[in-house]
Write a protein that binds this ligand. Structure first.
Ligand code: TXA
Ligand code: MG
Length: 358
């Protein structure tokens, strides 16, 4: 039986007595899902190999994909890593607590080798969520936590999503309401003596924000080709976030794009598909399909980030077999993370529509 603790959001003076039990479960080697500012994580004591193995089992996650370790105070960092370079420290001062994860040289023996998948580095972050911080504190250990979904499914942004995927498979769920950012943290590695910040996974902290914090460093983003050759962040190589239906991203000039989507929906329907459209709020009325989901708005990719995973889950609930996503092209700001996740959900199926296609 999976235990459920509900924390009322927005309490003026939060009373986290409920978390003592959840913290004790973590300390005793159990698995507990909890909210962060990005998505819900599935936590376990990072120093306890059996506990970490229970995460992989519950999620059905490939064991060569390492986990992020979550901490509640900066003192915990020194116990986990051998050293922290000056640029990483500056970024921590700017963005922690927050959606930024650092890959740093691991202190031998500090965490189970199942957390690092045997690498000489460990990924660490301090989440910006009062419930997450209080829970980690209460557990009294560093908490390894991947997103709390079955492997391959969209990440959970509500306790209900966690329960849909993992009820009966984990020790408990702390329900702290809907998460804020909606996509996972940005994973970075600082290299070349602080002259390069390599973004291994785009996320809640944007490339522009990194550049602003460290103007003298080059900020590079892993391209799809580099990823395929030698994934630096092992999680990048797996199919992720995918709905059960066949999802295709449609890009190009708006007029041509919209008419292509309309025509394709008609053809798919005639072929017996259950059709769906994922689009910006302003375009919802343009389409007729079995399910049209508005997610974000033109120029509001923060809204798209917040609602993306919940939207992808809705297509599964409605049994949609054919899904087109349109209105998502901007890689500005958090748009980069939105397109990265959408791309993976679509298995990199993108069609570019030009006038010649219409
Ligand atoms: O926002 C988040 O980061 C969420 C919440 C729960 O904190 N967590 C999350 O964890 O997304 P997970 O395990 O789903 O993603 C971990 C990512 C993967 O892409 C993994 O490959 C990468 O971090 N990673 C972990 N350890 C690494 C390491 N030592 N070197 C390179 N990449 C690493
Ligand atoms: Mg994940």
């Amino acid at each position: 039986m999976t235990k459920l603790w509900k924390i009322e959001p927005g309490q003026a003076a939060p009373d986290y007595r409920e978390l003592a039990e959840a913290g004790a479960m973590l300390a005793a080697g159990g698995t507990v899902a909890f909210p962060t500012e990005t998505v819900y994580g599935l936590g376990a004591d990072a120093t306890n190999t059996a506990a970490v193995e229970a995460i992989f089992t519950a999620k059905g996650r490939p064991s060569d994909n390492p986990l992020i370790v979550h901490i509640a105070n900066i003192g915990q960092l020194d116990e986990l890593v051998q050293e922290t370079d000056a640029v990483s420290r500056r970024l921590m001062e700017t963005f922690w607590p927050g959606p930024l994860t650092f890959v740093l040289p691991v202190r031998p023996g500090a965490v189970s080798s199942r957390v690092t998948a045997g690498l000489s580095t460990v990924a660490v972050r301090m989440p910006d969520h009062p419930v997450a911080l209080a829970l980690i504190d209460s557990a009294g250990c560093p908490v390894a936590a991947p997103s709390a979904n079955r492997s391959g499914r969209p990440s959970p942004t509500t306790a209900g999503h966690v329960s849909d995927d993992l009820a009966g498979r984990i020790g408990g769920i702390v329900d702290g309401g809907q998460t804020g950012v909606g996509v996972e943290s940005t994973v970075v590695a600082v290299e070349a003596g602080g002259r390069r910040i390599r973004v291994l996974r785009p996320g809640g902290v944007t490339v522009a924000e990194l550049k602003q914090a460290v103007p003298e460093a080059d900020v590079t983003v892993e391209t799809a080709a580099e990823e395929a050759e030698a994934p630096r962040s092992p999680g990048m190589k797996y199919a992720h976030y995918a709905p059960q239906g066949r999802l295709t991203i449609v890009q190009g000039d708006e007029k041509e794009r919209v008419s292509w989507v309309l025509r394709s929906l008609g053809e798919a329907k005639a072929a017996g598909e259950r059709t769906g459209v994922l689009t910006v709020a302003e375009h919802v009325e343009l389409f007729e399909a079995d399910l049209v989901v508005g997610c974000g708005g033109i120029g509001s990719m923060a809204g798209a980030a917040r609602d993306l995973y919940a939207a992808l889950r809705r297509f599964d609930e409605a049994g949609i077999t054919y899904i087109l996503a349109e209105g998502y092209e901007s890689t500005e700001g958090i748009g980069l993370a939105v397109l990265n996740r959408l791309n993976k959900a679509a298995g990199h199926r993108i069609v570019h529509i030009s006038q010649a296609d219409c």
